[in-house]
Design a protein. Structure first.
Length: 252
């Protein structure tokens, strides 16, 4: 009996001193690493950072708009720009001066300004931009800044000695919404296709509501090992965000 109590005490002490070992295997505690009036950067894994800028709207108030930075070996790739060029300049400066990373690419996940509103700033710095071909078409139709490079179905880009995958699974929030995946840390940037756990349906003015759930089911099947999911708005979470989105738009 004494041995059992002693063993239990040692285990508790070990877990207290070394919290990196947990049942979920999640060794990283999120931390805010930058904040200004218009931009927040939160480190969510060792090499993934959520960037959040803010858009004043008539229907939903001052809305936080998320994007994702992933890095490896002093290189980075950004999913979605901040809301405008000024805040994008701020983010670019922070990545170069604080992370000490070259920006290999920026990838807007759809054509709205909460995804591509700061694209000109990246162009001004000579940073390559990539987008799904329908995003190219829709930015042209709406007289927005047009991404420089297009892809037809999926795009694989290197960041250091790792890779990112950007893929179109189907329509939902818009006709062109894609998602970005960082396999090295199982981080999914869902953009506005994915809703936060406490979110309702949100803006559906350009949506295909009938296909939305089916599209997210394909995302879930495509990335079964995902651990962290970052939505376009609201708090990041895990695969439960995919389930919430599926249920939210499911045709009954």
């Amino acid at each position: 009996m004494k041995f059992t109590i002693k063993t239990a005490f040692i285990i508790v002490l070990f877990l207290t001193r070394f919290p990196a070992i947990s049942q979920k295997g999640d060794a990283f505690k999120r931390k805010e690493v930058y904040r200004s009036k218009g931009l927040i950067v939160t480190q969510i894994t060792k090499n993934a950072f959520e960037h959040t800028s803010f858009k004043q709207t008539n229907d939903f108030g001052n809305v936080g708009c998320n994007g994702l930075i992933v890095r490896n070996n002093n290189e980075s790739i950004i999913f979605d720009t901040p809301i405008n060029d000024k805040i994008s300049e701020e983010l670019i400066k922070w990545i170069k001066e604080t992370l000490h990373c070259k920006i290999n690419a920026v990838i807007p996940t759809h054509f709205h300004d909460d995804s591509a509103g700061g694209l000109k700033a990246f162009d001004d710095h000579g940073i390559p931009s990539y987008a799904y071909f329908k995003t190219i078409e829709l930015t042209k139709e709406n007289n927005f800044v047009v991404p420089k490079n297009s892809f037809a179905d999926s795009l694989v880009l290197k960041v250091g000695d790792q890779q990112t995958i950007t893929k179109f699974f189907g329509e939902g929030h818009t006709k062109d919404n894609v998602v970005g995946y960082f396999p090295a840390e199982n981080v999914l940037f869902g953009g506005c296709l994915i809703r936060a756990s406490d979110a309702g349906k949100g803006y559906v003015g350009d949506a295909n509501v009938a296909d939305w759930s089916v599209t997210v089911e394909k995302v879930k099947k495509g990335y079964p090992d995902v651990k962290i999911v970052v939505p376009g708005h609201g708090h990041y979470g895990n695969i439960e965000l995919l389930d919430h989105t599926i249920n939210l738009y499911k045709v009954r």
